[in-house]
Design a protein around this ligand. Structure first.
Ligand code: MG
Length: 391
């Protein structure tokens, strides 16, 4: 059933979905993409996002973003842009909510450490892991592993993929979600939009969290054109924001203006690209260049903000010190489980001892990747007697 009479011809129509890995009759009241979204919200991996690091560790403060609140903000931005572009809002929401399901504990530091541990066993990559979560690791149905999502949702979840992994995927699933990486095709506009919404969301909320943490200051941010323009606009609109007591309100108003303008910029620039390329179907979209994006000036300014955050926040000594400890936790957990699989919970221990070292490493990697920050810290303490991270 088509849920949205207003859907543009280049949008993903759930009635025209390329289907699920295991065929199922349609749901009586929900579209295929709404059904995917509901499966994601009810998944175990989704609940774990609340205790997984975005930038700051979970115990460092109650107001910092976690993977869960980050994913909700991405979904909000994605949906609001999707509506304006007449894309499928349900699919955008679905992919946004699922986009970080494969993240390890401790953010990118955790992923890098796990990838190093897995070097001889096929590596670890969080996009691939997100797909692995929904295809294989969730155990909810009697007949198969995974939550059996549609092609379109899975296509959106697999944001990046190396050629090698795409080839492996293509062998297992010919013409599936790995194919576009071999042929140089784009994903749907809904998937393209989720990538950009992710970037808009973290640029904005990392400014907020960075200032809240005290690791970056508003004075430093004044040198970033994208931030400074909206700060000046906010001050010009309301002089009371000059007061020292109003600095939190000024920061919020600056970020709000910055977010709105980026949303409008994406809508305008994407509308222009759609007018130029006139795709008439999702397949046209897949064969066209990437069409969802910022205007060139906004792209440059967004990049400058991202570089600022990288330099001043993600590489801040206090952040890198914590992340160094987090990497040690992941490495030592991997070593202990790999050497002594009986330390794993019963189900994983059985799995790990059933196959070769390749299989054992993957079982250990899946188990660690699924951990929340605090569970990883506690397990590390149980196995090594050292408390590195937990308060
Ligand atoms: Mg993200």
């Amino acid at each position: 059933m088509s849920q949205n009479a207003e859907l543009a011809p280049y949008a993903c129509d759930p009635a025209l979905s390329r289907g699920r890995r295991y065929a199922q009759p349609p749901a009586p009241t929900r579209s295929e993409f709404q059904r995917d979204r509901d499966r994601i919200v009810h998944s175990t991996a989704f609940r774990r996002l609340v205790y997984k690091t975005q930038v700051f560790l979970n115990h460092e403060g109650d107001l910092f973003r976690t993977r869960l609140t980050h994913s909700l903000e991405v979904a909000q931005l994605g949906r609001s842009i999707a509506r304006s572009l007449r894309l499928n809002e349900d699919l955008v929401e679905t992919v946004c909510l699922a986009h970080d399901l494969g993240h390890t504990p401790f953010g990118h530091a955790g992923q890098d450490a796990l990838n190093e541990c897995m070097q001889d066993y096929g590596g670890f990559e969080h996009n691939l892991q997100s797909l692995r979560v929904v295809d294989t690791l969730e155990e909810r149905y009697p007949d198969y592993n995974g939550i059996n999502l549609t092609f379109e949702t899975r296509e959106g979840i697999l944001k990046h993929c190396s050629r090698r992994n795409a080839e492996l995927m293509e062998q297992r699933e010919p013409g599936g979600v790995g194919e576009r990486f071999l042929r140089g095709w784009q994903p749907s506009l809904e998937a393209q939009l989720c990538n950009l919404a992710d970037e808009i969301a973290y640029n904005a909320h990392d400014v907020d969290d960075g200032v809240r943490s005290g690791l970056i200051s508003i004075e430093q941010l004044c040198a970033v054109p994208l931030f400074e323009r909206y700060r000046q606009q906010a001050l010009a609109a309301d002089a009371s924001l000059h007061a020292p007591a109003e600095q939190r309100r000024l920061l919020n108003e600056t970020i709000r203006r910055m977010l709105s303008d980026q949303v409008y910029d994406v809508i305008d620039a994407t509308t222009a690209a759609l007018t130029e390329h006139t795709p008439c179907s999702v397949d046209d979209v897949r064969r066209a260049p990437a069409l969802v994006g910022f205007s060139a000036p906004m792209r440059a300014e967004s990049l400058a903000l991202k570089q600022f955050l990288f330099r001043e926040l993600y590489r801040h000594p206090q952040v890198t010190e914590t992340m160094g400890l987090a990497q040690r936790v992941v490495r030592e957990l991997f070593d202990v489980y790999f050497q002594s699989p009986h330390e794993l919970p019963a189900a994983q221990a059985t799995d790990a001892q059933r196959g070769d070292t390749l299989k054992r490493a993957r079982v250990v990697s899946d188990f660690i990747a699924g951990m929340t920050d605090r569970y990883a810290g506690r397990e590390h303490e149980r196995l090594t007697g050292q408390r590195l991270l937990n308060p």
